[in-house]
Write a protein that binds this ligand. Structure first.
Ligand code: NVA
Length: 311
């Protein structure tokens, strides 16, 4: 029995990531076959930030696995405000077989994992969005039949949670990652260093550039995310100005491989980080990504639950 958590992408090894993705594909093919949470055993799904896909996909996914999804509004729970994170972790562990949490500062979820006696899953923090990455990797595999060697260009806010997860998760998958972001919004050198270190073991590579064109040149996958992540609304004006040359539009996508796909974790702001014609166009796979959240998350919950129960 090993208590494992999924707080950042590299909490899985490259082989484990592949195993989870294969399980996700299997669960997608037969959504009602795997019922590890039969009982029903409960999974707590808490959110301190806005959520649509996350609560839908975890709720539906846990139900499909025979479990009981317990949605908790973070504003009511007041974790770390009404009650310490440590105390909340112990209370939650007494009711749930796993804890899924969307919150702000990454240290908060690390503290939760430190005190929980059941697996903790990061459903987005300010630093990482590893469940989104699993969904994206599943989607890319469906379209491209492989991950290793895929040329991946992410344009926009290179310092946000999704970019960080692309760096770590993509490196684990052996992809060639390019981040195209303006100065001031490029990834933390520590994350780039970690991704580079991982890529050296998987055959992938990492490049950070301030040129959107260099970023997507010949890419198999073009990615972006909102310029203004949740909690940064006060910076809206400055960010829109800084990122205006980093829009994923038809001219930029034309620099990628002709069979390139376009991914976006959503919510999307049309006319800002991506144009309507691109997101509604034939190369975009964003609705598949949104659905694949459910399948990928079922797989990571099952993987962690198997480890915790020693099965
Ligand atoms: N970077 C975005 C992702 C939303 C799913 C945010 O944190 O708001």
């Amino acid at each position: 029995m090993t208590l494992r958590h999924f707080l950042a992408d590299d909490d899985l090894t490259s082989a484990e990531q592949a195993e989870v993705l294969a399980l996700g594909a299997e669960m997608k093919a037969e959504p009602f076959k795997h019922r590890p949470f039969e009982g029903p055993r409960s999974v707590a799904i808490l959110s301190d930030k806005p959520t649509l896909r996350t609560q839908l996909s975890f709720h539906a996914g846990v139900a499909e696995m025979g479990g009981n999804p317990m949605l908790v509004d973070g504003r009511l729970a007041g974790i770390g405000v009404r009650e310490s994170i440590a105390d909340s972790a112990k209370v939650l562990s007494g009711h749930a077989a796993a804890i899924v949490w969307r919150t702000g500062a990454h240290e908060r979820i690390e503290k939760m994992a430190e005190h929980a006696t059941v697996p903790v899953v990061n459903a987005l923090t300010d630093s990482f969005h590893p469940c989104q990455l699993l969904a994206d990797l599943l989607t890319i595999t469906e379209r491209k039949d492989r991950l290793a060697g895929i040329r991946f260009g992410y344009v926009g806010d290179g310092a946000n949670n999704v970019a960080n997860s692309y760096l770590l998760g993509g490196a684990l998958a052996g992809m060639h990652l390019r981040i195209g972001a303006p100065e001031g919004y490029q990834p933390d050198p520590a994350i780039v260093a970690r991704a580079t270190e991982i890529a050296a073991t998987t055959g992938g590579s990492v490049l950070v550039t301030d040129s959107p064109t260099e970023c997507v040149d010949g890419a198999d996958v073009v990615a972006t995310d909102t310029w203004v992540s949740m909690g940064l609304e006060a910076e809206n004006e400055a960010r829109v100005a800084a990122f205006s040359a980093y829009q994923v539009n038809a001219a930029l996508v034309a620099k990628a491989d002709r069979d390139a796909i376009v991914v976006h974790c959503l919510p999307a702001y049309r006319g800002k980080e991506i144009t309507t014609d691109v997101i509604e166009g034939p190369q975009a796979v964003v609705w598949d990504e949104a659905e694949n959240r459910r399948h990928a998350q079922k797989a990571i919950l099952t993987f962690l639950d198997r480890a915790a129960r020693g099965s």
